[in-house]
Design a binder for this molecule. Structure first.
Ligand SMILES: [Zn+2]
Ligand SMILES: [Zn+2]
Length: 377
């Protein structure tokens, strides 16, 4: 089958690889119909998420059709349409049962202390071959797959694999409540869903900071108040917008690959030249005794956090990898009823054969690129 394979930093290829097969009785095999390229994949390609194994199939977002199920899998039969959760949890350990699917004790082959297990990630997360491929082996299928109703299309379902649950989780981490003023840092596709999630969780106002005007246009279409950090000082403007107090809650949807304000005009511009920029703004801007939810990706070993400033403002900080399975079923309902329309946020459709070029365009944060879906079938 065809798959997007990691060979080294900056070296990914569309390869012919062996078809996956069932390895455990709890596995399923799916034929993928939609996959997607995510900001997290770029961390692996750029090398800001180290420890990748050569030969790993990339990708952790997919919708597909069940091809085959292992002997222990109940509730799924071949032919059914499913969405895959990006993180893998067994569903039975104490962590999964408490809703911490991203800290499952048994899914990660490196052992219970290894942390999150997800598709297409570094060695420390499995590695489990990813979903930018024609077929995939799905471990712990009963918790990793969620059936998609006929009335929800593949394109509507694909952003439920990772993006929407991650954003929803971010708003939960930030403790968004009724009437709160919420600041979302980053207006990429997770930031866009963070706006939608904050509003659904009760936010009174949502302010969004990003450096790309097309992304801010999308945010304004959701009635968010926008600040372009390449045109004005976000610290000054957000303070002004909040009467000098700052937002009650901040959702950090940027991560380690943040760009330095104003650097986009430099010829040497590259993502990640200001790796703690979003954390600094979050802590500096949030109101005293406010709370910050961090869903932007930071790799193990990144230990650069403004803890002193946070301490002296009595902040609540919560963070982590999304427990996708915990939120996916309820978010599927929001899509099913039309309350949230994921199609608004898909800006690019590409064939798998163009995947490598699509990665390059996304990596450069070309204006207008928000979410690239790979039409596998
Ligand atoms: Zn993702
Ligand atoms: Zn578990």
């Amino acid at each position: 089958m065809k798959a997007v394979v990691w060979h080294g930093t900056g070296d990914i290829r569309l390869d012919d690889v062996d078809d996956p097969r069932i390895q455990e009785p709890t596995d399923a095999l799916i034929r993928i119909t939609r996959s997607a390229i995510c900001g997290t994949d770029l961390h692996m390609v750029r090398g800001t998420m180290p420890d990748m194994a050569e030969g790993t199939v990339l990708g952790h977002e997919a919708v597909g059709v069940v091809e085959e199920v292992g002997d222990a899998v109940r509730g799924f039969t071949p032919g059914e349409r499913v969405v895959v959760t990006s993180t893998i949890g067994c569903g039975t350990c104490s962590y999964c049962r408490a809703g911490y699917f991203a800290q499952c004790d048994t899914a990660n082959p490196n052992g219970p202390a290894a942390g999150t297990c997800f598709f297409g990630g570094p060695k420390s997360t499995g590695p489990i071959n990813g979903l930018q491929a024609e077929y995939a082996r799905i471990p712990h299928a009963m918790t990793t797959l969620v059936r998609v109703p006929d009335s929800v299309s593949d394109d509507q379902a694909i952003l439920l694999s990772d993006i929407f649950p991650t954003a929803w989780f971010g708003a939960r981490l930030a403790e968004v409540g009724s009437g709160d003023t919420v600041l979302v840092l980053g207006a990429g596709v997770v930031g866009q869903f963070a706006i939608a999630s904050a509003k659904r969780q009760g936010a009174g106002r949502v302010i969004v900071v990003d450096g790309i005007s097309s992304r801010l246009d999308k945010a304004r279409a959701q009635n968010a108040e926008t600040v372009n950090f390449n045109d004005e000082d976000p610290v000054e403007i957000v303070r002004e917008l909040t009467g000098g107090i700052g937002p009650d809650r901040v959702i950090e949807a940027v991560g380690v690959d943040a760009e330095k304000p104003g650097s986009r005009t430099d010829e040497q511009w590259k993502p990640g030249d200001a790796p703690r920029q979003a954390l600094d703004w979050a802590v500096e801007l949030v109101a005293k005794a406010g709370s910050v939810g961090i869903i932007g990706v930071y790799p193990p070993g990144f230990d650069d956090f403004p803890i002193g400033a946070a301490m002296n403002k009595n902040l609540t900080l919560r963070m982590g990898n999304c427990n996708h399975r915990r939120y996916l079923p309820q978010l599927l309902d929001l899509v099913l009823t039309g309350a949230v329309d994921p199609l608004t946020f898909i800006t690019q459709h590409e064939k798998t054969t163009s995947a490598i070029d699509a990665y390059k365009s996304f990596d450069l944060r070309e204006d207008g690129w928000l979410k690239t879906v790979l039409d596998v079938a």
